[in-house]
Design a protein around this ligand. Structure first.
Ligand SMILES: Cc1cc2nc3c(=O)[nH]c(=O)nc-3n(C[C@H](O)[C@H](O)[C@H](O)COP(=O)(O)O)c2cc1C
Ligand code: SF4
Ligand code: SF4
Length: 282
């Protein structure tokens, strides 16, 4: 039995969950290929003929990163291949990210077995500075991931499939946009917390770490310095280049005080009950 888990992870949270899922699936008799989103185009055979596809990503402003949605829209059609989705989020909200990813897979003919959402350390620049959710996902989170595998395999064996509406969030901030284009909501959210990225060329080592790490290939090779188009993720900054820059030539500005970030998180946050709904299985 073959399974492939395609995942994207900037700071390692989703990757940790990927490997917990990987280990359990292997223990349950699957031959699993964990495939980074960045490599997926080079290994199309990893997606051919699998019996179980997993797709994992960090939540970006309540949704999957746009390039993950594009990747899902580019998948070949299938007839009922089983699939599951998972996300890690910084502890504010996973929004409609599981629903959106499952919906894209369903349109391609996949049968959805379940969704998993676990908290991770907050990778947003302000969240990193405030050390929000440091240490997550932890052992308890990874145990939930292991149990999730057992439950989806049980659902698969019983021939059940998930009504993907069950993956939708009841969090009012997102529920109002459920199933609708979410660009306007994301714009509204970004306005409150998203700062500019500043490039200080005196500190640039021309190491191109930023270029190699950019998930949207928005950084090119210039004559003396990298060339930034800042087209980023449909204009949405993920700040990965800032995080990895060894020369500290790139830095993120905040549009307001750090407390504003906490206020913003509180406004869009999931209720405690919604946070406890970590696994949704057919
Ligand atoms: C651009 C961006 C947007 C984010 N949006 C959210 C969000 O809407 N809700 C949330 O709780 N965390 C949000 N986060 C935090 C990440 O979802 C979280 O830290 C995740 O676990 C990172 O996973 P990774 O280490 O696999 O990249 C965001 C982070 C970034 C960089
Ligand atoms: S913020 Fe940096 S790493 Fe992220 S998409 Fe934009 S240029 Fe690429
Ligand atoms: S990672 Fe930083 S130091 Fe390296 S090329 Fe990019 S901006 Fe310059």
């Amino acid at each position: 039995m073959r399974s492939t888990i395609v995942y994207f992870s900037q700071t390692g949270n989703t990757e940790k969950v990927t490997y917990a899922l990987y280990e359990r699936l292997q223990a349950r008799g699957y031959t699993v290929t964990p495939l980074m989103y960045e490599d997926a185009a080079d290994f199309p055979e990893a997606l051919e003929g699998v019996e179980l596809l997993g797709v994992g990503f960090p939540t970006f402003f309540g949704y999957p990163p746009r390039f993950i949605e594009q990747f899902l829209r580019g998948l070949k059609k299938t007839k009922g291949t089983s699939a599951f989705v998972f996300t890690t989020y910084g502890g504010a909200t996973a929004g409609d990210s599981l629903y959106e990813a499952a919906s894209a897979l369903k349109k391609k003919g996949y049968t959805i077995l379940g969704g998993l959402k676990l908290e991770g350390s907050d990778s947003y620049p302000q969240g990193r500075e405030l050390k929000i959710n440091a240490g997550r996902p932890d052992e308890d989170d990874l145990t939930i991931a292991t149990e999730f595998v057992d439950r989806i395999l049980e659902a698969k064996a019983a021939g059940r499939s998930l009504d993907i509406e069950k993956l939708a969030t009841p969090t009012p901030f997102f529920a109002a946009y459920h199933g609708r284009p979410h660009a306007a909501l994301v714009r509204k959210m970004r306005k409150e917390i998203e700062g500019k990225i500043v490039f200080n060329q005196e500190q640039c080592l021309f190491c191109e770490t930023c270029k190699k790490s950019c998930p949207t290939r928005s950084i090119g090779t210039g004559e003396k310095f990298p060339e930034f188009s800042w087209k980023c993720i449909d204009g949405l900054r993920c700040y990965q280049c800032v995080r990895v820059c060894p020369g500290k030539a790139l830095s993120a500005e905040y549009p307001g005080a750090l407390e504003d970030y906490l206020k913003f998180r509180a406004e869009s946050a999931d209720s405690p009950e919604e946070k406890r709904r970590t696994t949704i299985v057919a």
